[in-house]
Ligand binder design. Sequence first.
Ligand code: PLI
Length: 459
Amino acid sequence: MRKRSWAEPYKIKMVELLKMTTQAEREHAIVEAGYNTFLLKSEDVYIDLLTDSGVGAMSDRQWAGIMMGDESYAGSRNFYHMRDTIEEYYSYKFTVPTHQGRGAENILSQILIKDGDYVPGNMYFTTTRLHQELAGGTFVDVIIDEAHDAESEHPFKGNVDFDKLNQLVEKVGAEKIPYICIATCVNMAGGQPISMENMGAVRTWCDLHNILLVHDMTRVAENAFFIQQREAGYENKTVKEIVYEICALTDAATMSSKKDAMVNIGGFLAMNDESLYEKSCELVVVYEGLHTYGGMAGRDMEALAIGIKESVQDDHMRARIGQIAYLGERLERNGVPIVKPYGGHAIFLDARAMLSHIPQEQYPAQALAAALYVESGIRAMERGVVSAGRNKLTGENYMPKLELVRLTIPRRVYTQAHMDVTAESVVEVMENAASLKGLRFTYEPQVLRFFQGRFEPLS
Ligand code: PLI
């Protein structure tokens, strides 16, 4: 077969104009924002790679779905469409809508975790771990060591290390482990997938120990694409088939549909067990809304149902991952240290390697994200010691091995030319890295400090 590029399986029907800023304006803006890219005004940003969450471009079909919203308080037609689509594509029998992923995490953690419990997972995610801790649990990282090594080219860095899992059971006992939380395409590891073989082994392990398997399925379609590309026996299966097979191995799922499913808002908690569903229905009315809308408008549930169907198309996923690989290749060719293999939703810059003169206590990834914004108006996100936060018992900073800046690619939003500008800007910042200084907190929130923390440069 002749080689073909990954060009997008869509064309552009509407554009949003962007404001161009000067370097002097950006220098002012970053000081105003306390060197935190979360605190910038989006109109001061040129290329917004802060996140892939809620910022994808919806299709004409999804927008048409918005017009079909049935805004009834109870029993909206769009809820049933969403619920049936979740069962058809993701296998789960029961669905509780939530306003976004963390709403589902809150409900699930409150139901399943007791004071003193342990929740193993293939690396932490910020909101997921916090909800586990707020419910009285302790998160335990059981991901393979390669996931903490930016240079390891392991094809499935999201895999679980069974020695770590078994050690935990020996230490605390299976009765202290209500569930294991497995993320597909592990965000904090650099958007790295788990293999189907490993997922199947986790299922067997859970059955053996009578422990539930909960799936953080936020980026399951991207994980499925990597399985198709990398795992023997899956090359002829579709992304849609692989997504279903992954989900069917698990008992319950939390979902932020703002990623894979390309909606601006929305998520859900899904499961196969009816009693867990009933308890979730009791809690969803406290925190989100009635169990048939859970914090979403009817129109949003309709767009979500359509987004699920679009997210598992092979052509869509080939272009999505192809765009990320294009950026990764351009950066690598210019000697920029990045996490390998390329992730499913982002390219992660290795700030530890790029800013080796700044110790981790001085937040090198935070400084790098701020410098990239000043250079060209590109907004990225710190994913290092600031995001990791503090240990709830000792108050000490967690010191993650990975000190990263995430260039997150929104789905169907930017062009190849935007990727070129991004790569050129990162190279420019790298060439001037020696002039960058570390930062210190001037305001540190108690939880999820990366969102609202403020900093100043060390002199
Ligand atoms: O932002 P939410 O509440 O819809 O979803 C929380 C959430 C849960 N799990 C994972 C793996 C996530 O990546 C996630 C949210 N991620 C964000 C906002 C991000 O920028 O990566």
